[in-house]
Design a binder for this molecule. Structure first.
Ligand SMILES: O=C(O)CCC(=O)C(=O)O
Length: 309
């Protein structure tokens, strides 16, 4: 079954996904995308999510975690709400992750070969911390048109059910954009505490546990949350939002986004530069500019959302 038939989301907008797969050397009649099997691709489009997918070795993952925690130690501050956006512009090790073929090949299998990184948030939850993420859809306040976006959630530590992995409402991506409201709560890791206010069926949820070095994928309209970390270790993940280059942002603020694979024939975003050194002067300037624009766009979309509601 092609992605178009399975989900009706990416297939129509990206017919080249299916034709490219037919031409792929690994194609043996029914089998593979670049990274995912046909069954996995169909699952993503039907259910709105997919997990676990292998990306990094244990050693690579430890190196990434160490890089992050060394930086936190040097700063005397943990990455957390308020300063956890777009670290791919600051650190070469995050740049490595967002360009890793294992991640991009899977992303390409669901949104096609021309890919921009639209946004990235790091989500650390300390052991025993009450921090949580409320029920939400990623599309809310992004203002993407068409709303085609996939989040790869890359685990730098084991994210078990106990550690507060993501929990999803299967097939909820078919509901389209639902109404959200901001709920101020310091323990909610979402920047605006945005929470779905519309009624939805919570009677059948699914947890998405992933091990360190694995990732999950979820659709921009999939309703998901995550509960507090009750395990003995920190839970760290990177939520990387990828879009195909034909997707634009409807904000009047012009945003930045990094072209991570393929070509962009549309020019809807200013290019983000890849970091050459960790936390350098140029890197911090590019990061500050990108985050300021993202926040302005987010505020604009929040106002538009409230007015339309
Ligand atoms: O890290 C979490 O617990 C939630 C992440 C999330 O909501 C996302 O990546 O969209």
């Amino acid at each position: 079954m092609t992605p178009a038939k399975a989900g009706g989301n990416a297939g129509d907008a990206f017919p080249d996904v299916a034709s490219r797969r037919l031409a792929h050397p690994g194609y043996k009649g029914i089998t593979m995308g670049k990274k995912l099997t046909d069954a996995q691709i169909a699952h993503y489009h039907r259910e709105g999510f997919l997990y676990p997918v292998d990306a990094f070795s244990a050693e690579e993952t430890r190196r990434y975690r160490r890089a992050m925690e060394d930086f936190e130690a040097a700063q005397g501050q943990e990455l957390g709400k308020g300063h956890n956006f777009k670290p791919h512009l600051l650190f070469t090790w995050v740049d490595e992750i967002v360009h890793h073929p294992a991640v991009l090949d899977a992303v390409e299998d669901v949104i096609g070969p021309d890919i921009r990184l639209f946004h990235l948030s790091v989500w650390p939850k300390n052991a025993g911390d009450a921090a949580y993420v409320s029920w939400h859809q990623d599309a809310t306040y992004f203002g993407l048109e068409p709303p085609v976006q996939v989040t790869a959630w890359v685990a730098l530590t084991d994210a078990s059910v106990e550690a507060g992995c993501m929990e999803v409402i299967p097939r909820s991506h078919k509901l389209g954009q639902l109404h959200h409201a901001e709920h101020a709560d310091a323990k909610n890791l979402l920047s605006r505490g945005q929470t779905v206010t519309a009624e939805f069926d919570k009677s059948r949820t699914e947890f998405m546990p992933v091990r360190a070095g694995q990732f999950s994928l979820h659709h921009t309209h999939l309703i998901h949350n995550s509960r507090p970390n009750l395990s003995a270790d920190r839970r760290i993940g990177l939520g990387i939002s990828y879009i195909p280059t034909n997707v634009r942002c409807s904000s009047t603020t012009r945003l930045t986004a990094m072209l991570v694979r393929g070509t962009d024939r549309y020019g809807y975003f200013d290019d983000e530069p890849r970091p050459k050194v960790d936390f350098g002067v140029a890197e911090r300037a590019a990061h500050a500019d990108a985050v300021a624009r993202f926040r302005a766009s987010n505020a604009e979309q929040t106002r538009r959302f409230e007015t339309a509601a």
